[in-house]
Write a protein that binds this ligand. Structure first.
Ligand code: ADP
Ligand code: MN
Ligand code: MN
Ligand code: MN
Length: 369
């Protein structure tokens, strides 16, 4: 028996047993369903729509450019509303399975210029310029599960859970809420071909993290955006939502970030620590530029999160330290001990655009821009 949102009074609930009949229908062998995915005008919302192809594509160029109504996605005026979807990364579809695909697209306006929300184009250019240094990224995506009423999933409806302490990496029904979603999302990500690296329950109950990476260059953005699409879709199946808001609950509750772990080939080799230290020195000179790029509202979202409390640094200060989780940049202890590896930029907000984050890190540390 399906025990998702329906049993909790979620009004959008439909009976998955009825759906099962249609999921087992025979379909034409030579037709595939392609779910085109893109980022809307908010810079954080994800949209998608489906297209049948009557052939099986073998390369990215085989996927047709498509379009949609930008006036309904905060992206265009109604009188000139066609926006173009350019396929840029292909993943397997864990919902439909088989040959069906997820087609991540970037968005272009009627005049063929990238849409304002298209941060991929400029990121790709920067990654191309820096490709000889082989930049790797690993992003820790924190998020919070919300019940259909907008309240954190699993929290008592008339109060608060006990104070933070037992929940991080917690085990047990009074410690973690929503593990089904986490497990389903992990498996869906692996099926899709997303480079998911791990997951854990977070400090605030109902808050979780998964990591994507290491991914080289532009692929970090592609994989992270598709992982987010999968998260929202999986949660939808359970009748709950996942929010990437960086501070979903005010008070003595941790916010959500998207720590960006970063290295170049020089940092990953013996003696790499001095390259990590040079990069941190460069980062220290561009703090506000980075804060601008680390959430979709030029620092406004992160203002609520980067308070200097709850394992964050103050938004106005740059700091760095070994194993310091209250710093802007942390050198993991193991990296300091063995003398090479990567650095962790703890500033990006959970709702950041990973293309913007990766772009500015490479500009500052590799291209000296
Ligand atoms: P934390 O200790 O901060 O919780 P996690 O284990 O959650 O760290 O995440 C570490 C991330 O760093 C993972 O996404 C991993 O893929 C990534 N990572 C590991 N090595 C490198 C590297 N050399 N360069 C960039 N990212 C890396
Ligand atoms: Mn982590
Ligand atoms: Mn975390
Ligand atoms: Mn971290």
């Amino acid at each position: 028996m399906y025990s998702g949102g329906g049993s909790r009074g979620y009004t959008g609930y439909t009976d998955k047993n009825v759906l099962n009949h249609y999921l087992t229908l025979d379909l034409p062998d030579d037709h595939i369903m392609c779910e085109y995915i893109w980022i809307d005008g908010t810079g954080e919302g994800i949209r998608s729509k489906c297209k049948t192809l009557d052939f099986e594509p073998t390369s990215l160029d085989d996927y047709p450019i498509w379009n949609y109504d930008g006036s309904s996605t905060y992206q265009a005026e109604g009188s000139n509303s066609d926006m173009y979807l350019h396929p840029c990364a292909i993943f397997s579809d864990p919902f439909r399975r088989g040959k069906n695909k997820l087609v991540l697209c970037d968005v272009y306006k009627y005049n063929k210029e990238p849409a304002d929300s298209n941060k991929r184009k400029s990121c790709a250019k920067v990654m191309e310029a820096a490709k000889d240094s082989h930049p790797w990224f690993g992003i820790e995506q924190e998020y919070t599960l919300l019940d259909f009423d907008g309240y954190p999933f699993g929290w008592p409806k008339n109060g608060f859970p006990g104070p933070q302490g037992p929940y991080y990496c917690g085990v047990g029904a009074t410690r973690v809420y929503g593990r089904d979603i986490v497990e389903a999302h992990y498996r869906a990500s692996l099926h899709a071909g997303v480079k998911i690296a791990g997951c854990n329950a977070e400090v605030m109950p109902g808050q979780w993290e998964y990591q994507v990476g290491p991914c080289e260059g532009i692929s970090i953005g592609d994989h992270l955006w598709v992982s987010r699409y999968l998260l929202h879709r999986v949660a939808e199946d359970f009748g709950i939502t996942a929010t990437l808001d960086p501070k979903p609950v005010q008070g003595d509750w941790n916010g959500a970030g998207a720590h960006c772990n970063f290295s170049t080939s020089a940092m990953r080799e013996k003696g790499g620590l001095k390259h990590i230290e040079t990069a941190i020195e460069k980062l220290s000179k561009h703090h506000s530029k980075h804060i601008h790029a680390y959430d979709p509202h030029e620092g406004k979202d992160n203002e609520r999160r980067l308070t200097g409390l709850h394992e964050t640094s103050d938004i106005h200060d740059f700091s760095a330290g070994i194993a310091n989780r209250g710093a802007s940049i942390r050198i993991p202890r193991q990296v300091a001990e063995i003398g090479y590896g990567y650095l962790e930029d703890r500033r990006p907000s959970s709702n950041c655009d990973p293309y913007s984050v990766a772009e500015v890190i490479v500009q500052t540390t590799v291209l000296d821009e």
